[in-house]
Design a protein. Structure first.
Length: 307
């Protein structure tokens, strides 16, 4: 947000795959902005380069769900915080207006996040011993199991109200684990707007970090690269379907799954999860180098060229 009559100097205009970034320098909000009107700034080149790199990595990331809901767009439409009649929007946001389909969300909506999921049938099937009449869903903490992919630990069973959740803690002596595929037919919302006991969440976070989170800082870093998200396996974000090209270019590429381990410059490295069918192809367990390249149709894909 900028104050009325703010002034900016354009530092860079960058186009990337149909999207444009305009890099602005916010000038002083008083008379001093005029001093910059005819000045050429000698800024370090890496400021522009870094800005372009970050834009390219996020240009095709999914929008933040909380700021794309109809409720939020209404709040920002006429005047921020006011409806068409000029009246203030209520501070309490209906849970129903925040719900979205699990199958339409990326792993980033769940990774190290607390979410509420409507899943009555799942409660009755998986935890009948603690289910009660009127239960509507679970409050889950999401993480990535390196072998099993996107997973969740249930912390509370909830009964949904209009703007709040009536939650009861799942007994400590019983630990349930839920995989992403089990929730594909469900709806969820963020718990950022609903008050919970931070001790319970912190305890779950510590247990997950010790038992399930990757111990590789390099792999953890690869999960922050949103520019790679379109190539990831939905349930296993560390896995990429890589197109393998061999010296015999007359054949179609072979597509194999590779579990990423690190990124160095514009090169990605990972472990092959299956044997190649090519006579001279790599085998399961081999380290593979792959890149994001543009194919002959102008489309981006992840590619490994085998000699």
């Amino acid at each position: 947000m900028a104050n009325r009559d703010s002034h900016f100097k354009v530092l860079d205009i960058y186009e990337h795959e149909g999207k444009t970034q305009i890099l602005l320098l916010h000038l002083p909000d008083d008379y001093r902005w005029k001093w910059m009107e005819h000045v050429n700034l000698d800024l370090p080149v890496d400021i522009v380069a870094d800005s372009r790199e970050r834009f390219a990595s996020k240009a095709h990331a999914e929008p933040i769900p909380e700021v794309t809901s109809p409720e939020w767009l209404d709040r920002c439409g006429f005047a921020p915080g006011l409806d068409i009649k000029g009246e203030l929007f209520p501070n309490e946001i209906p849970i129903a207006s925040q719900m979205q389909k699990v199958k339409d969300a990326s792993f980033r909506s769940f990774y190290h996040q607390l979410v509420y999921v409507r899943c009555v049938a799942l409660i009755e099937d998986v935890m009948p011993e603690v289910a009660q009449a009127g239960d509507t869903g679970l409050v889950l903490y999401g993480y990535i199991d390196e072998e099993a992919g996107v997973s969740f630990q249930p912390l509370w069973i909830a009964k949904e109200g209009e703007t709040t959740l009536d939650m009861r803690l799942i007994p400590e002596e019983t630990m349930y684990l839920i995989r992403l595929a089990n929730l594909d037919d469900c709806e969820f919302c963020s718990m950022k707007w609903i008050e919970v006991d931070p001790y319970i969440v912190d305890r779950a976070r510590r247990v997950i970090a010790e038992v399930y989170d990757t111990k590789s800082k390099e792999k953890e870093e690869t999960r922050t690269f949103q520019g790679l998200d379109r190539f990831r396996h939905r349930e296993h974000p560390d896995d990429f379907g890589v197109a393998f090209y061999y010296e015999d270019k007359t054949k179609d590429p072979e597509r194999l799954w590779v579990r990423i381990s690190r990124v160095e410059g514009n090169q990605c490295f990972g472990t092959l999860l299956m044997d190649s069918k090519h006579p001279d192809g790599p085998k399961e367990g081999d380290e593979i180098m792959f890149k994001v390249l543009q194919n002959e149709n102008g489309e981006l894909e992840v590619v490994s060229v085998q000699k």
